[in-house]
Design a protein around this ligand. Structure first.
Ligand SMILES: Nc1nc2c(ncn2[C@@H]2O[C@H](COP(=O)(O)OP(=O)(O)O)[C@@H](O)[C@H]2O)c(=O)[nH]1
Ligand SMILES: [Mg+2]
Length: 381
């Protein structure tokens, strides 16, 4: 089916890679921090000997063969490796991802966004359980830039996905913590590839509608689903048009009980608005649907929409082209992240920044002059 050459894994980490873990590109090369994740070589002291042995570092071959054979423990450990901010893990992670790359790309990648409480996790639980039941292997990932602050969503997701988490065909991975959105999406992208190599043929990525996370997730999936709640007029306007334009389907959830009628009114209203928007995917008409994630109604219908969509975009070549573009934009995003950090960390820039900003704010320097001056400082001219 589709190959995903997954970005720039074949390139050695450049010597100049920044070392500050707070920033996105560097999130994997930060020095001086030992991972406290499970499964890593840097096991916490105090573990008994057996656990220590169990947690010894795996070789690249062990990682690769473990992942390819669908070993969940090894898959988890490989993801931990990819998520690690420790420089010591970077080279192994890079090698592992490079090795598994030819076995990736054979999945349906679905992103699900919506405000907290819309019912995304409940929906994923229902959809995932249905798919696992019919023989699919489902991986659920989360991209949640807010989870570091609230720490709530991980717990929430685990309890919401109770059925799915018990299924042998399911693999659920909460949002990696720490780092910026760029760091999170890089980790999630690589995690997605690892899951595909482990045989997961459906990848569901849950994200909350904060910041730019929707756009970032749109950029790693084939099908993007916007989950909304019932509500007329004002609430509807609250949904950013920009987000609706990213969606391949809008799903009005909680169409149950005495909310049924309102749900279908809301659905019609979304359909009306969609009519005036640019569709997210060439050759595909985005429509609104209703479902009840809690009761399971409409869940199969949405999967039929996804299946239809995939058939459509595969035969038209839109899917392959989108994936190629996604891979390329991933490459350049990493380059941009790097350049941005290099600029802000430049000692000359850091030294003069406050002064230059002051001059702009007080009107002594135009914005253009200030930008030129900062670039001149950065370039050491
Ligand atoms: N009535 C009803 N409640 C739902 C439905 N789906 C989710 N909920 C409830 O809405 C709340 C938020 O659900 P959750 O899946 O955690 O939302 P998320 O934040 O979007 O992941 C929970 O209390 C769910 O039980 C539904 O289809 N119908
Ligand atoms: Mg959730």
């Amino acid at each position: 089916m589709y190959s995903d050459n997954g970005g720039n894994h074949g390139t050695k980490l450049p010597e100049w890679a920044p070392r500050d873990g707070g920033a996105e590109y560097a999130s994997r090369v930060m020095s001086g921090v030992r991972s406290s994740h499970d499964g890593m070589e840097a096991a916490a002291p105090g573990l008994d000997k057996q656990a220590q042995t169990k947690r010894r570092g795996l070789s690249i071959d062990e990682y690769v063969s473990g992942i390819l054979s669908g070993d969940r423990t090894i898959l988890s450990r490989a993801i931990t490796l990819v998520e690690s901010n420790s420089e010591a893990h970077f080279e192994t992670a890079r090698q592992v991802v490079k090795e598994i790359l030819p076995r990736t790309g054979r999945s349906v990648r679905v992103g699900i966004t919506g405000v907290p409480g819309a019912g995304k996790s409940t929906f994923i639980d229902a959809l995932g359980t249905m798919l696992c039941g019919s023989g699919h292997k489902v991986a659920v990932l989360a991209v949640d830039p807010s989870s570091r602050v609230t720490k709530g969503s991980i717990l929430g997701d685990k309890t919401r996905m109770e059925n799915l988490s018990r299924h042998k065909n399911a693999f659920i991975r909460p949002s990696p913590s720490g780092g910026t959105l760029g760091g999170l999406t890089r980790k999630s992208r690589e995690t997605m590839l690892l899951c595909e190599a482990a045989g997961h043929d459906v990848i569901l990525v849950e994200t909350v509608g904060v910041g730019q996370s929707e756009a970032a997730v749109r950029d790693m999936v084939d099908f993007f689903l916007l989950m909304v709640l019932t509500g007329a007029g004002d609430e509807l306007q609250g949904i950013k048009k920009g987000v609706m334009e990213l969606a391949d389907a809008i799903l009005v959830n909680k169409a149950d009980g005495n909310n049924l009628l309102r749900a279908s009114t809301t659905r019609a209203e979304y359909d009306r608005i969609l009519h005036y928007l640019r569709p997210a995917t060439e050759g595909w008409t985005t429509r609104a649907y209703t479902c009840s994630a809690a009761e399971g109604t409409g869940v199969r219908d949405i999967w039929d929409v996804v299946t239809d969509f995939m058939a459509n975009v595969k035969s038209s070549g839109v899917c392959g082209e989108r994936r190629r573009q996604q891979t390329l934009s991933w490459v350049y995003r990493m380059v941009e992240d790097y350049l941005k950090q290099k600029f802000y960390r430049s000692p000359a820039v850091a030294r003069e920044r406050n002064h230059i900003e002051g001059s702009v704010v007080s009107g002594k320097l135009s914005a253009t002059e200030a930008a030129s001056e900062l670039i001149r400082l950065y370039e050491g001219l």
